[in-house]
Design a protein around this ligand. Sequence first.
Ligand code: ZN
Length: 421
Amino acid sequence: MSKKPLPISTICSWQNRIDPTPDYQRPPAWSKKQKQLLIDSILREYDVPKMYWRAVNRPDGIKYEVIDGQQRLRTIWEFRAGEFALARDADPVNGFPCAGKTYDQLDLDVSTIFDAYPVDVVIVDDAVQNEEEDEVRDMFLRLQNGTTLKAQEKRNAMQGQMRDFVKSLAQHKFFESCKFSNSRFTFDQVAAQVVCLEMAGGPTSVRDADLNRMYSENAAFDANGKVAKKVRRVLDYLLRAFPDKTPELERYNVITLYCLASTLMETYVHTGTEAAVASWFIGFETERRQQEELDEEHRDSQLVEYRRLTSYSTDGEESIRGRLETLEKRFFLACPDIPTIDAIRAFTPEQRLAIYRKDDGCCQIRTHCKGEKLSWSDWHADHRVPHSKGGKTTVSNGQVACPPCNIAKYDSLPDAIEVVG
Ligand SMILES: [Zn+2]
């Protein structure tokens, strides 16, 4: 790696040697205000964060891929090309008025400050192709999210049942529908993140340190326990919603969609809602991308905020919570008719007695028994139409079930929440 200050005039004349969008880049679009602020800082000779470029040998000479600094670079080029002006209320620079001016309208003394401004550029040499690729990706991820994929590699080496559970979860077919590949154990990482979110019961920080702690504190994790079953059911649900490769399923989207689906399965009658979730989500992402083409004034402020939240620290609790709130608000507006599951799930003692008498204490399911009379201390009050499918907690929807039949019935439902005894 080498660090050198490059004057903006050089950065501008090198424009065709620089590729601002290699495939590991996904920075947010800047608003006009952000662009004006950068140029203003340059003209006042404030520090601008350094850029990271990667030198690549191409048949037509050395090119540079931008690892970090794409928006700054584009802004510099756009200003030099006269594509936007400084803010109408910009203060003069060294006594020369600048407000509302484009590059060509600036006094020569001021445009010279711009041309000569040295931008610190760290150039990563493209020596060892494959390892370098991973390292550049890692560096980019670290700059973007404060996380690296190497951390998951290290977690995979930790001992314990959490490690084993996450490893098996990473094999879930849903991950194959996502945009990202499994290079550097991305499936494992996202699988670990959704387990962490499920254990917290909603948005929580899922950075490397949080995942490491989860692995070490849950070395005795029960892979057949309630959390494990729920995570699998949510991923099954998401797979039914997205059976094919879906480019919109980026990493940061998957963790918030997981939270949305988890809530949906916990509180709403979700059976048969997969298609609605999928088409709503694709529509949301399409609208979001269309926003980028609009002028700032015409953008939906909620989506601008959402974009901001996807652009940094996407594994932090605040970002996840903010994104999830937008998703939930929009989903329930788009699909207002999804009913909640009856809030009262357990039968009252009065209901239990009525159900026991109604069915004469005999199991009504009879898949694992012959329907013999059960003792008062050993029967389950079962929802005939399962609770997760909107069955009410009423005597008419209640029936006597022996424990083996009851448990088998709920295990056979792909999305049952738990046995309601
Ligand atoms: Zn039975």
